[in-house]
Design a protein. Sequence first.
Length: 296
Amino acid sequence: MRWVLGWGWIAAASSACSSGLGNAPNPAQPLPVYGAPEDYGDGPLLRGDPLIEVAAPAIPSRCSPRARGWLSLSRVGQSVLPTWGRRGRPRVVAPLPSSNEPPELAVAVGDRRVIEVAGGALVAIDQGEFGAGLYHLTDGAAQAEALDSHLSDRIHWIGQTRDRIFAVSGLCHGVACDAHKRSVVFEVRLVPVGAGDDMRQAWRIDPIAVLPGCPDAIGLDGVERTILIATCHGLFRVDDLAATTIATWPTWLGATEIAEVRGVDAPIFFVSFGTLIGRFSAGQSSWFSPPECVQR
């Protein structure tokens, strides 16, 4: 396996604060988690200490005109290739399974993610501070059913692993790492309701993990069995039982994209922070910035 980030890139290992983000958290204090009890059941479910010791990075202070936008991560086999892309995350507007588009599922701005299910589709709307929600759209229906209207923070993202459907709530707004923000991960599944002749199946969302900080970047792992979430506090892996802390950042950082490839002995996680990329694996971390950027 080759790691293309090692070609022509500059390792960044000295300590610095993140540009445009909050001050470094106090490592002696526990990661804060807040939220309404109805959003996450019995409370935070974080397993164990961080798996990877993360060194403090040097944040590039400026980049040359050749470096336009942010660094995105393109997976090439078992390698990750960084490329300059448009600043900001690309929009995701997945088509609905039929031509019918109820007004609550229309997206003038933001994202729409769709998972087709028997008899219809699950749809997550993310329009930032302008609205969000998780809906079930039955085939041919003129209106979609909201599944998360009881939550104080509605769902912004939905994704499917090989055998589970996960959803995530939490709003990232602005550049500050708000200590009161959190990400809540739900499992979305069909459950039987009623009894006898009245028995039917209905969609249910169950909270399985609460993470400190809002969800900056979300993706599937390399084998599509768990989801990966980067908040301004760290990187977390979530399955159907709980969340595992992969790494906590030594300073507050805002991730833009996550990618994982399978190493010989352990998975390798790559996280882009716009003009900086972190590589985390086997208990170690490395930071890399491109030649077009100048460190402080």
